[in-house]
Every structure is written in structure tokens, then in C-alpha cells.
Design a protein around this ligand. Structure first.
Ligand code: NA7
Length: 550
């Protein structure tokens, strides 16, 4: 028997981000004894930490917010089509306050270890404050991009100025005027930062290893009148998101790429280039994702756009990716990014030609020369998707560690269960529907499904739920097979588990991290599983054991 000492919960949720907030709401509504454990000092996950200038949604704001409460939808006014971090954090705090969720959250608590106790069928969690907490079910709301990674450069500690990863951008206001700033990394984050600070810094030196394809965000304010129209349209907006593969409002152009004459293709692209958000990526022809020739033609269209916007042709060429086509990795959306390079105070250093050698006391050294700066910004990405799992000592049946099980890439059932790790549930795990789509839409689906599962378990008095090996193998194969159709498979990006700064994640080691089948297909699949008595999951406990392989 498990003693109810105040340190035991029916459910513990790790992480108070977008997933954790909604998950605890659903658990509290069910009257479950549940808590959220959060390492940071406040809620919000991504939006708590990423406070760098330019941090904002690439989802339309009104598709990012929660859909579960009409009252919440009616009272919240998104101020911009792609809302920025301060507003996003205010929103998440508003949600927590409105539904009185904060009292179910424990901050500044980092879970260091989670071990499954096979005799009791509970998880034992070691918290960094010395406590041991136990729970029957462990729900992971860890975040896909919550473990920032730094380059492995000699001399990083010796730098006398300020340096930080964008994830750790100082919370207090940082005056950059008159400062010489270096930024390393030109992914989605670097591109947002550069576009935002170029006209606010004394001098900016961008250290680019590989350029990224990027297109205009076309952001703008939302007036009271527009917001009223959005509110009236919410049902349709969410229905569209549910219908589209990416969970966004952008529907793919279902005409065949080659059936549409070239002039019409270009007319579509001209329109999409002016359209807000991911339209340029997701409302495009589907062949862009799968057909090398179609992708090359569209990439060349975007390359010309870059050439038109960047005055120095040599700089323009350096900003055009040569090693991958447009859209084979998540597309960074930009505001004034390419124009930044037309400024006298902005300099591009191509470190594929002159590699970074080390950090010095006064700045950065490439193979060619020294760059003295006051501030170094590392926009160098994340140990994505599985990184947050790897940082916790998670042990399942027989003491098997998850780190070891996933060393060559994740394997899951539906992105929700892991064989050998009973009672551990991931509403937005690796290989689930949310990672590659409009994140909160996938999260709501995942959380709702996991909540229904927990209700089912409770109703039947089960004490243990675990995916079968067979079901996990089948799902992981399915996830893997789907990459075969996608040009994305060969991209060096966090979608395939690439990160040059993490041992074992360097180039060449493909990991099936995300589900590429699209949101509607994923939802149909998990609903079918639930409808078939959770096929592929074995339950045990008070009720007779129900088991079925998928
Ligand atoms: P990304 O997309 O992983 O980008 C990281 C960038 O940092 C990328 O340009 C990397 O170059 C560069 N990088 C990483 N390590 C190094 C080292 N050691 N030296 C030089 N340059 C380096 O992360 P982001 O934070 O920009 O975006 C993550 C997601 O956040 C994004 O997709 C959105 O969904 C939100 P590389 O390409 O590896 O040569």
C-alpha cells in the first residue's frame, strides 16, 4: 500500500508549459490528486524562458491559444497576428490565474530522477530540493526545445564581456545601443533576434555556419474590430486547424505542381510571399516537401527574393542555402532579417569559410582574425525533443534507463507510451502528433486523450498501463517509414535529431523524432486506438486484465 503522506499523488505532471498548464486543468476538473513540478521559477515553459528580442509565435496568435474555454476565447484580445513573448507569457499566466491552477504547481523544483517501483506500480521522483515524491502516473510535459545547447568552443569561460544563450536572455532590460554584439547561429531564433536588434545595436557581427531559408512573417496588429471578427469565427478557425496536416489555418494547394503552368505557380508564390505566417510553406504545393525538382524550382524562387532584398550580391549569395531546399526543416519566419545586412553596422562572417577557432577574453577568433565584442549571443539551438528526457535519470522495468533505450533515437507507441516504462504518459512526446504541427493544437489533442485514458484507468481500478513491445515497434517503424517520403529526411535539423553540439547527435545519425503523417491522420489513429479498448496497451490491476496487440 502506498501511504498518503502529502508526497504521494495520483498524477505528477513534469513541466508547467503550454502542455502542463492544460493537463493540470483537466486533472483538477476530474478531482484527481495531482501536481505540476516545474524547474523554472514561473510557469510558461518556452515563453517563460525565451525572452530574447524578436521572440514571437510563428503560429497565428488566435490558433495558438487554448480552445477549451469559450469564456477565455471571448475575453482575450490578441494584439498582434503573431504575438510576442511578453504578451504570450501574460496570456499563460492569465489562464493559470483564471482557472486557479497556480496552487497545483511547484516551482523551482527540478526532477532529477524518476524510477519505477515495480512492486508498488508507482513512480518515485527525486527532486533537487531533496524530497522524494511518488505518483501512480507520471505525465511528461517537458517541452521540445527546453534544453539549450552551446558550441563546444575553447575559451568560452575566459570571455570578459557578457555572453548567454538566447534561452537565457537576461530578464532585466539589456541596453544594446553602442555595444559591439556577436551572434552565433542563424536558425529561427538567430533570424528573429538579428531582424529585431540590427537597428538597436552599436555593431552586430553575425557568425553564420549554414544559412537557412526564411520568408517574411508579415505580422501586424489586430484591431478591436478584427478581434471581434476572429472571436465570431473561432469555431471555423479551430475546425480548419483540425483539418490541415500542420494544424494551422493554411491548407495545402492540392493542385498538382506540374499541372499548373509556371506563370500560375509564380503568381501563387508571389501571393504567398505577401501572406502572413507559414502560408509560404504550408499553403504551397505538396510536391515541395517530396519532389526534388519541384523543391529546387521553388527554392530558386525564394533565392531570387533574397537577391532582391540584399544589396551586396556577395552577401546575398552567402545567405542562400546551398545544401538543402526550402522547407525541409521548420522555416524560420523573419521580419527585416535580410534588410539587416544592408546596414553599415551589420557584418556577416561566413564561418563555413573561416571557422570559429576559439573564444578569447575580448571576443571571438576565426581562422582569419579576431573580433572584439562586448556581448556574445549564442543562438545555437537545442538538444531537441528527447534532450529534456535525457536530462532526467528515468528508469523503468528492471532498472532500464530511458537514456539507454533511446540512445539511437526515440521509440514509442503513438508518441504517448514507452514499452518498459509503465504508467509514464507523454501527451506531446517524441513521435506524437504535436511536435511537427501547430504545437498547442497538438497539445490539446494529446492532453485530452491522456486525460480520457486516466479516466478509463480510474473507472476500471487499474494500477498499471504499459504499451506492448509489438505496438511500440510497429508505431516506430511507421514513423520511420513516413520519413522515407519526405525530403526532410536528409536535412541536418532538429527534426531529424541533428545537433553538432551534443555528443552522438552529430551529422549522419538519423533519428525518427517526429510524426510526419499530419494532425488529422494522427488524431484518427489515436481515437481508433482508444475506441478499440486501447489496443496495444496492457492494463493490470483490480479489473480483469484487458490486453490486445495492434
Ligand atoms: P536551430 O534551428 O537548431 O538553429 C541553431 C543555429 O545555430 C543554426 O544556424 C546552427 O548552424 C547554429 N549553430 C549551432 N551550433 C553551432 C556552432 N557550434 N557553431 C556555429 N553555429 C552553430 O535552433 P533555433 O533556436 O534557431 O530554432 C529552434 C526552433 O525554435 C525553431 O525551429 C522554431 O520552431 C523555434 P547549423 O545549421 O547547425 O550549421
Amino acid at each position: 500500500m502506498v501511504a498518503k503522506t502529502g508526497s504521494h499523488y495520483e498524477v505528477i505532471v513534469i513541466g508547467a508549459g503550454v502542455a502542463g498548464i492544460y493537463q493540470i486543468k483537466r486533472l483538477v476538473d476530474l478531482g484527481m490528486n495531482a501536481t505540476v513540478i516545474e524547474a523554472a521559477s514561473g510557469l510558461g515553459g518556452t515563453w517563460y524562458s525565451n525572452r530574447y528580442p524578436g521572440a514571437r509565435f510563428d503560429s497565428e496568435s488566435y490558433t495558438y491559444g487554448y480552445s477549451f474555454s469559450k469564456e477565455l476565447l471571448d475575453e482575450w484580445h490578441w494584439k498582434e497576428h503573431f504575438s510576442a513573448q511578453p504578451e504570450n507569457l501574460r496570456y499563460l499566466n492569465h489562464v493559470a490565474d483564471k482557472f486557479d491552477l497556480r496552487r497545483h504547481m511547484q516551482f523551482n523544483c527540478r526532477v532529477e530522477a524518476a524510477h519505477f517501483d515495480e512492486a508498488e506500480n508507482i513512480w518515485r521522483l527525486q527532486i533537487n530540493d531533496g524530497r522524494t515524491l511518488t505518483c501512480r502516473f507520471l505525465v511528461m510535459g517537458l517541452g521540445l526545445l527546453s534544453i539549450p545547447t552551446l558550441p563546444r568552443l575553447e575559451g568560452m569561460e575566459s570571455f570578459k564581456g557578457r555572453s548567454f544563450h538566447t534561452f537565457h536572455w537576461p530578464h532585466e532590460k539589456l541596453d544594446l545601443s553602442d555595444k559591439k554584439v556577436a551572434i552565433i547561429g542563424t536558425g529561427a531564433t538567430g533570424i528573429q533576434v538579428i531582424g529585431e536588434i540590427a537597428d538597436k545595436v552599436g555593431h552586430l557581427t553575425v557568425f553564420q555556419r549554414r544559412p537557412n531559408w526564411s520568408a517574411p512573417l508579415n505580422n501586424g496588429p489586430i484591431s478591436e474590430k478584427e478581434m471581434a471578427a476572429i472571436r465570431a469565427d473561432y469555431d471555423e478557425i479551430f475546425a480548419t486547424c483540425a483539418r490541415t496536416p500542420g494544424g494551422f489555418v493554411h491548407e495545402p494547394d492540392r493542385r498538382g505542381f506540374y499541372e499548373v503552368p509556371r506563370e500560375e505557380r509564380v503568381a501563387l508564390w508571389d501571393r504567398l510571399y505577401r501572406t502572413p505566417g507559414f502560408a509560404i510553406w504550408l499553403a504551397n504545393f505538396r510536391e515541395i516537401f517530396m519532389d526534388e525538382k519541384a523543391n529546387a524550382e521553388f527554392s530558386e524562387y525564394i533565392a531570387d527574393r533574397i537577391r532582391q532584398r540584399v544589396k551586396d550580391p556577395k552577401v546575398a549569395e552567402k545567405l542562400i542555402p546551398k545544401d538543402h531546399g526550402f522547407g525541409v526543416q521548420r522555416v524560420p519566419m523573419e521580419t527585416n532579417y535580410f534588410e539587416a545586412y544592408n546596414r553599415d553596422n551589420v557584418e556577416l562572417v561566413d564561418i563555413s569559410e573561416t571557422p570559429l577557432v576559439r573564444v578569447t577574453e575580448t571576443g571571438l577568433r576565426t581562422s582569419e582574425r579576431d573580433y572584439d565584442v562586448d556581448i556574445i549571443i549564442y543562438a545555437t539551438g537545442f538538444d531537441a525533443i528527447t534532450g529534456a528526457y535525457d536530462r532526467i535519470d528515468i528508469r523503468g522495468i528492471g532498472g532500464q534507463t530511458l537514456r539507454e533505450k533511446w540512445k539511437d533515437g526515440p521509440s514509442t507507441y503513438l508518441g504517448i507510451f514507452i514499452h518498459g516504462f509503465p504508467n509514464l504518459i507523454m501527451p506531446n512526446g517524441p513521435q506524437s502528433g504535436s511536435a511537427s504541427t501547430n504545437y498547442p493544437r497538438g497539445i490539446e489533442t494529446g492532453v485530452d486523450w491522456c486525460t480520457a485514458l486516466l479516466k478509463h484507468i480510474r473507472a476500471n481500478g487499474y494500477v498499471r498501463a504499459e504499451a506492448t513491445q509489438e505496438a511500440e515497434d510497429q508505431w516506430t517503424r511507421h514513423v520511420n517509414d513516413m520519413y522515407a517520403m519526405m525530403l526532410m529526411r536528409r536535412a541536418k535539423s532538429w527534426f531529424t535529431g541533428y545537433n553538432s553540439n551534443v555528443a552522438g547527435h552529430e551529422e549522419g545519425r538519423f533519428r525518427p523524432m517526429i510524426y510526419n503523417g499530419g494532425a488529422p491522420k494522427y488524431v484518427r489513429r489515436i481515437n481508433r486506438v482508444a475506441g478499440n479498448d486501447y489496443e496495444g496497451v496492457t492494463f493490470s490491476g483490480a479489473a480483469p486484465v484487458a490486453s490486445a496487440a495492434s
